[in-house]
Ligand binder design. Structure first.
Ligand SMILES: [Zn+2]
Length: 603
């Protein structure tokens, strides 16, 4: 038996010869009793080369540890003709090239070739390879690499699928596995960030499951429902609620006992105290309240009225869907389409600042009515004459007459461009159903339509969520964050599972623009329509709005708007609130006090 050093020396010697042969254009495989063998990959055709005597192989060809590719019964190093000659005859090379794959006789037995006639051919390998050039082995090397590449790619994809794609695929509404999960997992709990249970599944003695919403109507739209289709967070977090990261051993035991495992708990970003304050403050008004943390994008409260009781959604379904006048199922915070009223003056003011650089030279003397060239008239809310105003004063007073003048100083194109840059008509960063903001102003539009649009009437439509996003950008140095509704996921017994990353969605204002708009909104509190927020022990800035619209019966109605933010101080703004109270009248009269109750619940 050869020692390691000997076989290693042999190997090196062989490799040296192989290289030499290759450089000479000879095929190291051929004519040496070796079937195809690739020294690079160690692959071969199986029972091929005769072993060299005394190599210490066991029957069947046990691996020779000093050599690559030495699998049991597998390929062996090609034999050098010189050494091999006289010991183990090599198979002949056949004209069709298949000889290269023909098994050679066993070194031990010296038995017959598996291919009859092989040994009898009488043509010795060594003779052949000396006399004629051998075919290249490049195709075999190429094929070997090809299969290695496919294998590595497959492994890579499996890893990528498990790490990155699995949840997307499983979350897809087209994936039937979600329904299958409900057969083995009890739907998990939805909870507020401050620990209030918002939805859970009760299982009775017969195994009958009921989804329970302890807060009844308060979270109807944002938490949603899980029967008759799914909505809100019940839909958004469906996969997480039906996934169990419960204690592994208990989970396996439960699976053997065919007992359902408890689904994960989804801890939402919703703050129960704020939600309750918003729900109570909106009172009997139809409309919506939404509260966002501008720095993280977390949604802290989302109320929509009229509402419904998700506990009895199945019984009430027919009645709810047939009551089209109320649209109870519509989440007005996200899907409402309202004229923005004076909240749109944030957009117009920015457009003016972008066009003229600053508004230092602007001044206007408001007499309560603005008459356009064609004779059309515009009035300030309630016919108030605001008198002499600079740009900030016009914004703080929400002066329609001054903003008509400002609108005429802008073109339809400039206003349209500004609106688009502020996400009008664009996708919004939330994973629940929402309505895009819409804006309609053509170059050919009349001056009357231009001024109406400039102060928030015209054909513009927004949702409370949209205006809250815009205010969030003002409060967050110009950056809109991705809106989050899920704070984190934990197991049914409270162990942390995962949390979504808080991500920047888009910068829609420069830092300077954000600062300028913030100052305008501060002036609303200190010197304008937001005076009810002045002198509180928290910082606040806002814009109010009174949006006129034509009711179904032809009468004129006014929706009450508020959008604003508050913080410990102006550099630490933690809460943006938008309120719409349908038919609430003036923004400062109705929507502002609703928002104030939300601020007070937080600060
Ligand atoms: Zn005015």
């Amino acid at each position: 038996m050869k020692g390691y050093r000997d076989t290693q020396a042999d190997l090196e010697e062989e490799i040296g010869r192989d290289v030499e042969n290759i450089m000479r254009g000879n095929d190291v495989r051929s004519g040496r009793g070796s079937a195809w063998y690739d020294p690079e990959t160690g692959k071969g055709s199986g029972n091929t080369a005769p072993a060299r005597g005394g190599c210490g192989r066991t029957g069947g060809g046990a691996p020779n540890t000093s050599r690559r590719g030495g699998r049991a019964g597998g390929p062996q190093r090609p034999q050098q003709p010189g050494r091999n000659a006289g010991r183990n005859p090599a198979p002949a090379q056949r004209a069709d090239g298949r000889a290269a794959q023909a098994p050679a006789p066993s070194a031990r037995s010296g038995g017959p070739s598996l291919i009859p006639g092989m040994e009898d051919s009488g043509i010795g390998g060594p003779k052949k390879r000396k006399s004629e050039p051998e075919p290249s082995r490049t195709p075999y090397v190429f094929i070997s690499y090809f299969f290695v590449l496919i294998f590595v790619s497959l492994i890579g994809y499996l890893v990528y699928f498990n790490v990155r794609l699995k949840d997307d695929v499983l979350n897809s509404p087209y994936n039937k596995r979600q329904n299958a999960l409900a057969q083995v997992v009890t739907r998990g709990e939805l909870r507020s960030a401050d620990g209030t249970t918002l939805a859970y599944t009760k299982t009775d003695e017969d195994g009958e499951e009921t989804r329970v919403y302890p807060e009844d109507e308060m979270y109807a739209h944002v938490i949603g429902y899980a029967s008759n289709g799914k909505s809100g967070l019940e839909s958004l977090a469906n996969y997480e609620l039906l996934t169990s990261h419960y204690n592994l051993i208990d989970r396996i035991i439960n699976e053997f006992r065919e007992v359902k495992n408890p689904g994960d708990t989804v801890v939402t970003t919703l703050n129960h105290e704020l939600q309750e304050a918003a729900y109570d403050a909106l009172g009997s008004y139809d409309g919506a309240v939404i509260a966002l943390d501008p720095k993280t994008g977390d949604c802290l409260a989302m109320v929509s009225k009229p509402d419904f009781d998700p506990n009895t959604i199945e019984e009430d379904w027919e009645e709810i869907v047939s009551d089209s006048g109320n649209s109870q199922l519509v989440n007005r915070a996200l899907q409402g389409a309202y004229p923005p009223g004076s909240t749109f003056k944030i957009v117009t003011a920015l457009s003016y600042l972008r066009t003229y650089g600053d508004a230092d030279d602007f001044s206007y003397d408001c007499e309560g009515t603005y008459t356009l060239k064609g004779g059309d008239e515009v009035h300030c809310y309630g016919g108030t004459a605001h008198g002499e105003e600079d740009f900030t004063g016009a914004f703080a007073n929400s002066c329609n007459c001054a903003f008509s003048e400002i609108g005429l100083d802008l073109s339809a194109g400039q206003l349209r461009e500004t609106a688009k840059s502020l996400l009008f008509g664009e996708k919004l960063p939330i994973r629940l159903n929402y309505r895009k903001s819409s804006f309609s102003l053509e170059d050919s539009s009349s001056d009357f339509k231009l001024v109406q649009t400039a102060f928030g009437q015209g054909d513009t439509l927004i949702s409370p969520y949209y205006i809250a996003l815009l205010a969030s950008a003002v409060a967050n140095d110009g950056v809109v964050m991705q809106t989050n509704l899920i704070d984190h996921i934990e197991t049914a017994d409270g162990d942390f599972v995962s949390e979504p990353k808080r991500k920047e969605y888009k910068r829609i204002l420069s830092s300077e623009e954000a600062e300028e708009l913030k100052e305008l909104m501060e002036a609303v509190v200190t010197d304008g329509t937001g005076g009810k927020l002045d002198g509180e022990d928290y910082y606040a800035a806002c814009k109010t709005g009174s949006a006129e619209y034509v009711k179904a019966d032809g009468e004129l109605g006014t929706h009450s708007w508020f959008v604003g933010f508050a913080g410990e101080d102006e550099d630490d703004i933690g809460l943006v609130v938008a309120v719409i109270a349908e038919n609430g009248g003036s923004g400062s009269g109705t929507a502002l006090p609703i928002a104030k109750q939300v601020f007070e619940a937080y600060y």
